[in-house]
Ligand binder design. Structure first.
Ligand SMILES: [Zn+2]
Length: 137
């Protein structure tokens, strides 16, 4: 919307310049500038869309940091491995991971799951986490 507004303002400004001073070269110059801006915005949109469709890991999320934060920040977690993070849609992230805990009942993993989800949401904006709990035997 800002881009559309700026383009419109530039076109109106160009029209005023041409009307006042008859500098008709302003018209093609503005057209080329607006085309370049549209190409840049299109390229970014295309790149982001391809990354979402390819389920690429978001660049700003450090998987090793996620692992360390979970082991340090959630009591009961001994290790986290096989972590996958991807972007479902713009700004919405999902995660799958294996979480190693003690040999505890399934009901006891609920508190760990809740704390893990809260930490992932707070620290990394990951709002959808699928966890596989494992124990060492
Ligand atoms: Zn595993």
């Amino acid at each position: 919307m800002v881009g559309d507004t700026l383009s419109s303002v530039a076109v109106i400004g160009g029209a005023l310049v041409m009307w006042r001073w008859q500098w008709y070269i302003v018209d093609p110059i503005l057209s080329i500038l607006i085309c370049v801006l549209i190409l840049i915005w299109s390229w970014r949109l295309l790149r982001d869309s391809v990354l979402v469709l390819m389920e690429a890991a978001p660049r700003h999320i450090d998987i090793e940091l996620v692992r360390r934060e979970l082991v340090r920040g959630v009591p009961g977690i001994h290790d986290v491995h096989d972590i996958h993070v991807w972007e479902i849609t713009s700004g919405m992230y999902a995660l799958t991971a294996h979480v190693r805990v003690d040999d505890i009942p399934v009901s006891a993993t609920m508190a760990i799951r809740t704390q893990t989800a809260a930490l992932l949401d707070d620290r990394f904006d990951i709002t959808h986490a699928i966890l596989q709990f494992e124990c060492q035997r």
